[in-house]
Design a protein around this ligand. Sequence first.
Ligand SMILES: *[C@@H]1O[C@H](CO)[C@@H](O)[C@H](O)[C@H]1NC(C)=O
Ligand SMILES: *[C@@H]1O[C@H](CO)[C@@H](O)[C@H](O)[C@H]1NC(C)=O
Ligand SMILES: *[C@@H]1O[C@H](CO)[C@@H](O)[C@H](O)[C@H]1NC(C)=O
Ligand SMILES: *[C@@H]1O[C@H](CO)[C@@H](O)[C@H](O)[C@H]1NC(C)=O
Ligand SMILES: *[C@@H]1O[C@H](CO)[C@@H](O)[C@H](O)[C@H]1NC(C)=O
Ligand SMILES: *[C@@H]1O[C@H](CO)[C@@H](O)[C@H](O)[C@H]1NC(C)=O
Ligand SMILES: *[C@@H]1O[C@H](CO)[C@@H](O)[C@H](O)[C@H]1NC(C)=O
Ligand SMILES: [Cu+2]
Length: 584
Amino acid sequence: MRFSQIANACLAACTLTSAAVVPAEIEKRATSTTSRVADAACTNGPTSRACWKNGYSIATDFDQKFPTTGKTVSQSLTLTNGTCNPDGNGQRLCLLVNGVYPGPTIRAAWGDTLSVTVTNNMQDNGTSIHWHGVRQFNSPGSDGVNGITECPLAPGQTKTYTFKVTQFGTSWYHAHYSSQYGDGVIGPIVFDGPAAANYDEDLGPYVLSDWYYRTAYQINSIASINLAAGGPPPNADNILINGTNKNKNGGGSYNQVKITSGKKYRLRLINMSVDNYIRVSLDNHALQVMTSDFIPVKPFYVNTLLIGIGQRYDVVINANQTAGNYWFRANVATDCLSGNNFYGRAVWSYSSVTAGTPTSTAYTDGQGCIEPAQAAPYWVQPVPSGSFQQSISALDVGLTKAQIVPNGDAIIVWAINTSSINLMWDRPTLKYLMEGNTSYPTAYNVVPTVNAGSWNYVVVQMLPQTPPVPHPFHLHGHDFFLLGQGSGTFDAGSASLNWATPPRRDTATVPGGGWLFIAFNSNNPGTWLMHCHIAWHVSEGLGMQFLESPSQIQLPDQGQFQSQCKGWEDYYSTAYWKKDDSGI
Ligand SMILES: *[C@@H]1O[C@H](CO)[C@@H](O)[C@H](O)[C@H]1NC(C)=O
Ligand SMILES: *[C@@H]1O[C@H](CO)[C@@H](O)[C@H](O)[C@H]1NC(C)=O
Ligand SMILES: *[C@@H]1O[C@H](CO)[C@@H](O)[C@H](O)[C@H]1NC(C)=O
Ligand SMILES: *[C@@H]1O[C@H](CO)[C@@H](O)[C@H](O)[C@H]1NC(C)=O
Ligand SMILES: *[C@@H]1O[C@H](CO)[C@@H](O)[C@H](O)[C@H]1NC(C)=O
Ligand SMILES: *[C@@H]1O[C@H](CO)[C@@H](O)[C@H](O)[C@H]1NC(C)=O
Ligand SMILES: *[C@@H]1O[C@H](CO)[C@@H](O)[C@H](O)[C@H]1NC(C)=O
Ligand SMILES: [Cu+2]
């Protein structure tokens, strides 16, 4: 069925059967020039998830077009310094959001405006909150990266982030202040909208995270010392599933999920780890993948799914097996050189049986340390290959020596083109823009994009002689096109590249010792961080920023911006802890 047919069919009545409503192939994306007419009869429901309303559906490319509901959803997040004990191993210091770990879910609908008020009630850290994967169209000042889009928010202060929900699907928010998010400042984001596969019930977010018994700040400094000595960072102690698990000595408890025979469930998997690739599966139940990051994909089935840090997959699980108890497994992917001292488990039980310890057997298939190749986008958008070889940004990833610690020795750090990112918290890039100052420090790693409307082609290349670990690269402000990934040195002539049907997402892996080739269109003025999402690596400098269409950037309110910076300077002059890494 073609796009026009599905759109018309859906808009006419949306009483199609589940098989018919999700087309096998939609070849054209909707664009802002599409003149479909709104039809109130198109109701999103269990057998018509492709529908939304008012002329919007799963086939709408949200870069081009999105609804405006006129509704503002407000949420308050208060950060405190407390303790937590998610796996029964014992209390440890935890930085909490509204008193809990993981933080509360932020939920809004496609087309709403979100207004999130953050209060920093931690006594000893600044913060800034990033809404991972959110495009921040016309609101780059709400991207939440201290040193780039704002000064950190000082203890005792409050800031409101306002942005439009132009995408739909699943994501997360996290602090971007050094390795703070590893100590708990994280939480899920759900943007309700249409979906590429049908389901009866939405089980909501399912947060996967690695867990350490020491704090992220402690592990971060050990990781940095180990890097200088050529060794790996410490292993995680556990993996948490929705914030809980047993520990290896038996304490703690499993997350429990109840399902009912005959129903189909949507599950929103989010990897909020700091350092580990995780492979998940539910025994005896294949996962029907329908979304990767915020991008709808043509639904496909897998038994096990590898999720990199920052990545999300929305899956549908069909409760059609013999009623019983089944293990949900979240294992560290040793083929991604991830190490862990324990594994993640949860218990899924059919409602007709007594919940108990499962005896089910794990799937044995794995898939290597790379994104699943089947993740073909729902809206097929070819990327022009025309003159790409003239306009490639080559970003070479390696190690270098840099002086990050104030007045300290030069230490070994990660670098892009030999420059390790190091931001001054009180001199964010947007402040330079407000002052009309284009003399960005070298360590800001500012790379200009091509002109508005043109394509940026970016090769991230691991240099030989660097540790061959994979890096999950995340770009702010864009869902990029994944043109290729490979081992060794990128060679445009021999590389296998997908120009015709490239997957899109906001986080993808640079294979250990290899390369990642992505493209994005200059269609979102702002200054967008691109970085490795391994917390230790970005702390050690593995990041850069794309400065896109600077003259078109909608700057944040200058009064609020400057008063936040003033509050930060006042706090920092007497702060107990000082900046000791890249700042992000
Ligand atoms: C949390 O509290 C501990 C001790 O109570 C203190 O040492 C630490 O600096 C605090 N951290 C933050 C981020 O406020
Ligand atoms: C943040 O607080 C932690 C303690 O909770 C401390 O180890 C770290 O150095 C602090 N960082 C900054 C830059 O304030
Ligand atoms: C995970 O926890 C969140 C927050 O408590 C909840 O909304 C969600 O339903 C849970 N997910 C599952 C699959 O139980
Ligand atoms: C999360 O991502 C990290 C690194 O990208 C990976 O090691 C870990 O296995 C992932 N977790 C899950 C549950 O997929
Ligand atoms: C259960 O559902 C899956 C996915 O929809 C399907 O592939 C499988 O054939 C079904 N199994 C049974 C026993 O109905
Ligand atoms: C990085 O270095 C490569 C190789 O020296 C060069 O071709 C490329 O232009 C540099 N990239 C940037 C963004 O400066
Ligand atoms: C621009 O910024 C640089 C680096 O922070 C600073 O040294 C310089 O004085 C600034 N220039 C102007 C005109 O403000
Ligand atoms: Cu990395």
